[in-house]
Design a protein around this ligand. Structure first.
Ligand code: SF4
Length: 465
């Protein structure tokens, strides 16, 4: 069990006016979404000679070598995906894009999120003779679309009708031979944004950072429930599912998942994190000599804490960015078992100091315990942990890998107990009622902090029932 919450996926799609190296554009877009999924990735291109695809386990740079990208044909449409497998597990069969061949039309589909009625839908599909090849909920969505396509007038109609039966969190890109149909679920749990380049190329992605990476100007986020087609008729929006459910975008995107240079639903992630640090300094003040952040998401909140408290900000922890899936982890050999590659301490910043240590969350506590130990070994005099989110006490069923309360430290222990377990001098969390200051409204999901689930789940999904 890891000590981090993992976002399930990131999606990217592009449609260009002329045939070009769209696979490479998708590669660059996915590269900037790598933080949303590091276990597998894939790209599909629609070319004059048919569909080309490549998928594999590992980081974008590992799966898409120069040789692989040189083999990709030119085309006008491409979609890609980075994945951290939760529903369905992590193996090659669940890699996306999922390619569907059917007499009503071929399509490739990529998905960020998690359905909440997968189990029921799988059972009813299997009872009527359907054979599911993967264990991921994305295949269930594809089935729902194909079922509707049998009688629908258009692919968009089929998608719209399928949205009546699929429940949960989904930001989807569905690529046919002449269009990309982009869908955001009616609650808008996961982000989805599109933008344009000066030559008329249209790009759609989980986060705005992927648009800016490829040189596209963001146009706008899709609205919850919107179906947006990028195709022969330009950009066409359908809104029959918009406003049918309350907006509930994931507040944890701002706290932790998203890249700090992204803007989601008009709110800068960086600015939201700074605000969380400011609120934290107001609600949990302490006398100290330096404020440091746990990279990456803790750094912005640490800046906010420093600004509000007047305690100087310092770089106290350094994160290694180059540990890929194929890297040989320490652990087998007794001599290297103690090696910790992820973070190291800058001793000058913390030695002999009273340190405020800001992070975005404590999930199971193992990483934080280790960080405190590193800081103590480097000579920190006091360590005051400040968390830019409320205590993480409930599972998330909308696209992360925390499916159970089991092992969540804030579930099992009180704050004084956690302080003792982590060997800290004090701990302060962001008050629940201050979450709205991050996003500037109250239309968000915060179920992992307050158990206010916007959408019921299949009983089978919860490991706690
Ligand atoms: S439960 Fe938490 S992580 Fe999951 S969607 Fe809601 S806010 Fe985000």
């Amino acid at each position: 069990m890891t000590d981090e919450v993992h976002e399930e996926c990131g999606v990217f799609g592009v449609m260009t006016p002329e045939s070009c190296d769209v696979a490479r554009l998708t590669y660059y877009g996915l590269h900037s979404l790598q933080h949303r999924g590091q276990e597998s990735c894939g790209i599909v291109v629609d070319s004059v000679d048919g569909t080309w695809s490549h998928k594999g386990m590992g980081l974008i740079g590992e799966v898409f070598t120069r040789e692989v990208l040189d083999l990709a044909p030119k085309g006008r449409i491409s979609v890609g995906h980075v994945r951290y497998g939760t529903t369905g597990g992590s193996n090659i069969i669940n890699c996306q894009p999922l390619e569907i061949r059917h007499e009503r039309g071929n399509f490739s589909i990529v998905h960020n999120g998690n359905l909440t009625n997968t189990c029921g839908m799988r059972k009813s599909l299997e009872k009527t003779g359907s054979i599911l090849h993967t264990t991921s909920d994305t295949e269930v969505i594809a089935y729902a679309i194909i079922r509707e396509a049998l009688t629908a007038d258009s692919m968009e109609d089929a998608v719209s009708r399928a949205m009546e039966s699929i429940k949960g969190a989904y930001s989807l890109l569905i690529m046919t031979e002449d269009r990309i149909i982009c869908v955001r679920d009616p609650h808008g749990f996961r982000p989805l944004i599109y933008g344009k380049m000066s030559d008329g190329t249209v790009v759609v992605a989980s986060e705005s950072c992927a648009l800016t990476t490829v040189g596209a100007e963001p146009v706008r986020d899709l609205d919850p429930g919107e179906i947006l087609t990028i195709g022969p008729d330009g950009i066409v929006s359908r809104r029959e599912h918009c406003g049918t459910r309350p907006r509930r975008s994931c507040v944890f995107e701002y706290i932790y998942f998203a890249r700090t240079d992204s803007v989601i639903d008009g709110v800068s992630v960086h600015a939201a994190r700074i605000r969380s640090g400011i609120e934290l300094a107001r609600s949990s003040p302490v006398e100290a000599d330096v404020v440091i952040g746990v990279p990456d998401a803790g750094t912005d909140a640490a800046l906010g804490y420093s600004r509000e408290s007047g305690i100087p900000f310092g770089i106290g922890l350094l994160k290694s960015r180059y540990v890929g899936r194929t890297f040989i982890s320490p652990g087998q050999d007794e001599r290297v078992r103690g090696v910790w590659l992820k973070l190291s301490v800058i001793k000058e910043t913390v030695s002999g100091k009273r340190v405020v240590l800001v992070d975005d969350s404590i999930v199971r506590g193992t990483t934080m315990r280790r960080i405190v130990k590193l800081l103590r070994e480097a000579g920190a005099k006091e360590i005051h942990i400040r968390i830019s989110a409320p205590p993480f006490t409930n599972p998330c069923y909308y696209g992360t890998d925390v499916g159970s309360r089991k092992g969540l430290i804030a579930c099992d222990y009180s704050i004084p107990e956690i302080t003792r377990i982590l060997d800290a001098d004090s701990i302060g969390y962001l008050p629940l009622e201050k979450l709205s200051t991050l996003v500037g409204c109250d239309e968000y999901c915060s179920a992992c902090f307050d158990a206010e689930y916007p959408l019921p789940i299949d009983g089978d999904m919860s490991a706690d029932v």
